[in-house]
Design a protein around this ligand. Structure first.
Ligand code: TRP
Length: 307
């Protein structure tokens, strides 16, 4: 049995069953996630973009000339493009992703659209320190870019670890530009993770389809429902799959039993306060120099420098 399958089974054997959110993103899952970002209820993407558009000149100003833009996760998104278009003579764009396919696809588009910017993709698991490539132009500073409030998908210790890796990659005089979703009216958050068109439900259940295909398991997709609940006291959304009946599923040589209404947690999405994010950034060795928010204070973009 592979380590991966063993880890999966171990997660399903815990009293509270868990599956890693990395299994969301097969081909269908990636498409469904794209759809989520365009849903009217999913305010995160639009709000972050609005903040970037409103403050891009100021962002480019604080970042300064000849920066190396190091994006954690290969986004060919609008926010990255906005930065590449407004930064002052960027030295290099370095997208970092664990999936080579994802990365090369992304790199081709960005390179075609910005022929004057050097693009040097790095295949790496950014949860651990990795080597940066050597650009033709010596950068004045490294700026790690982490949009989308993906930091919220990590539990506190892991988020801190990741920020420390970013701190290391930023190097001396380096900085971090990061999108962070904020605590707000629970109804707004609940709606974002329980859209009326059911795309998020399909996205969540697709994880089981992915496992069935990849590991030959036999989860019955029709016997699991989507649930996402914002817990204000925990400051996070808990995303679960609920077993609608007593049932069992098989994966590898394991038999997994489910009671009626028993759940598998598939993802957390933590929502921060501005002070809460500043505190964890400080712990990782950053100071928050500048924070931009939208008029409703739903989302934030932080520019952090190394202490
Ligand atoms: N990073 C996204 C977020 O936390 C991922 C996400 C969006 C997600 N919608 C989801 C994960 C629904 C699981 C289920 O907002």
């Amino acid at each position: 049995m592979t380590d991966e399958l063993e880890t999966l089974i171990a997660g399903l054997r815990q009293p509270q069953k868990m599956i890693s959110p990395k299994y969301f993103y097969d081909e269908t899952g990636s498409k469904l996630f794209e759809e989520i970002t365009q849903l009217p209820e999913y305010y995160l993407t639009d709000t972050e973009l609005e903040i970037m558009e409103t403050h891009i000149d100021e962002m480019a100003g604080v970042i300064g000339e000849k920066a190396s833009l190091i994006e954690f996760g290969a986004g060919s998104g609008m926010k990255t493009r906005l930065l590449l278009e407004h930064l002052h003579s960027p030295a290099v764009y370095v997208p970092v992703d664990i999936s080579e396919e994802h990365l090369l696809d992304n790199q081709r588009h960005i390179q075609d659209d910005y022929p004057d910017i050097e693009v040097l993709p790095v295949v790496a698991d950014f949860l651990h320190p990795f080597d940066l490539p050597n650009p033709k132009t010596m950068p004045h500073r490294n700026v790690v870019y982490f949009p989308g409030s993906t930091i919220g998908n990590f539990e506190e210790n892991d988020a801190l670890e990741l920020l420390r890796v970013m701190h290391g990659e930023a190097g001396e005089d380096g900085a971090l530009l990061i999108g962070v979703d904020l605590q707000k009216d629970p109804a707004v958050i609940d709606a974002a993770y329980n859209d009326s068109a059911g795309v998020t439900a399909e996205f969540n259940r697709n994880m089981l389809r992915h496992l069935n295909r990849e590991f030959g398991s036999d989860f019955d997709l029709d016997a699991f429902e989507h649930r996402a609940t914002y817990k204000p006291d925990e400051g996070r959304v808990v995303v679960e799959l609920i077993s609608t009946r007593e049932q069992e599923a098989h994966i590898g040589d394991a038999r997994i039993e489910f009671g009626r209404n028993e759940t598998i947690i598939t993802e957390y999405s933590h929502k921060y306060t501005l002070d809460g994010f500043a505190a964890i950034a400080n712990e990782a060795g950053f100071s928050v120099d500048k924070v931009w928010t939208d008029p409703r204070d739903w989302f934030s973009v932080h520019y952090c420098t190394r202490d």
